[in-house]
Design a protein around this ligand. Sequence first.
Ligand SMILES: *Cc1c(COP(=O)(O)O)cnc(C)c1O
Length: 428
Amino acid sequence: MSHKQETIALHAGQNKIETAPSRAVAVHRTTAYNFRDAEHAANLFGLKELGYIYTRLQNPTQNALEERVAALDGGAAALALASGTSAVFYSIINVARAGDEIVSSKYLYGGTHTMFAEILPTLGITVRLVDPLDLGELENAINGKTRAIFIETIGNPTLIVPDFEAIGEVAARHRLPVIADATFTTPILLRPLDHGVDIALYSLTKWYGGHGTGIGGAVVDSGRFNWDDPKFTNFVEPDGGYHGLRYAYDLGDLSPLAYILRMRLVPLRNLGAAIAPDNAWIFLQGIETLPLRMTRHSENGMAVAEYLSRHPQVEWVWYPGLKDHPAHDNAAKYLKNGFGGMIAFGIAGGADAGARFINGLELFSHVANVGDAKSLAIHPATTTHSQLTEDDQRAAGLPPELVRLSIGLEAPEDIIADLETGFAAAKL
Ligand SMILES: *Cc1c(COP(=O)(O)O)cnc(C)c1O
């Protein structure tokens, strides 16, 4: 059939179902998918068959990313999302409703802290913040309304590493899932699901992507947690938005997918934090070198931490790989492939010296990000937390002399030489 150019411009050259066997994962820049026939469409909408309907729900490039992320952690399934922030938010609202509570580590990424302290309470979800190294405090915060325990694998800003297996035991006693933000470790340094964690989540924006080129997040579920308990209302009650499905009872062989499937069908489908296919592709590309990069980030991180701990202008260093770090025993027990690229240290001379130090750096980028291939530095007291008084900064665990470094992949000699330039500038 011969078509007019307007029609050709839309249809020529594309096979509707099969794509070429390209070796690299293709970017599927599509919003919707061809149904084979009316029955196929009906089956997809009726959940009788899983498949592609609309890219807010699912996309082949996104699915390739999800399979790769789930496989690296040994998880049953993963869901990729628009950001690490949406991964944190969905991981909570998938298990907790108004009236429910979460027990969380108080050592949190800044945005997560704001979400837990300011946003979740407006939705009726209370978060109790505890010291994750104090198991008694953590267990005492659990009550009949608790629906999950939330931790970070390396917590901000102290870089503490919890005892994951001990927390897993506390959680199991109370029939609660442990959710861990594992952004700072990635599955290369730690596979949280092997150590008592039920759900791991990531800001893919950071080391996972690794090059500072896209925003994305992912949630991985072990598939082992049993949601068949009346307190998990989201899983035991029929879902009015999806054919009355009860995720804890009705999935049969797919029951290990309950948590991720619900997250796809409820928060993702209806609140909409979908990852762009282009960003999913960027993260797939980044993951190809993740094991190589994490090893190098850790080697460079260790070299810089040792250099800093010997430096006369340094008052203290927080790095989980150093023996004097308060959580070094946990770090040594769980992080078998290195301690990562994040370092915090106190500079002699306080906030003013911190600002001069940052201004003196040339190789380091002065940005509000972590986990780039390039080395990054920031002085929280004069930037991200400058609106707080010194007392409030200290209460947030941020003394004025704290400098935060995200160590990149440059040659360690060059990184250290640049820090030396910063220290020279910090001296009056
Ligand atoms: C960056 C970050 C987040 C938020 O991720 P975005 O992709 O920026 O939304 C959450 N947790 C940790 C530990 C992070 O570093």
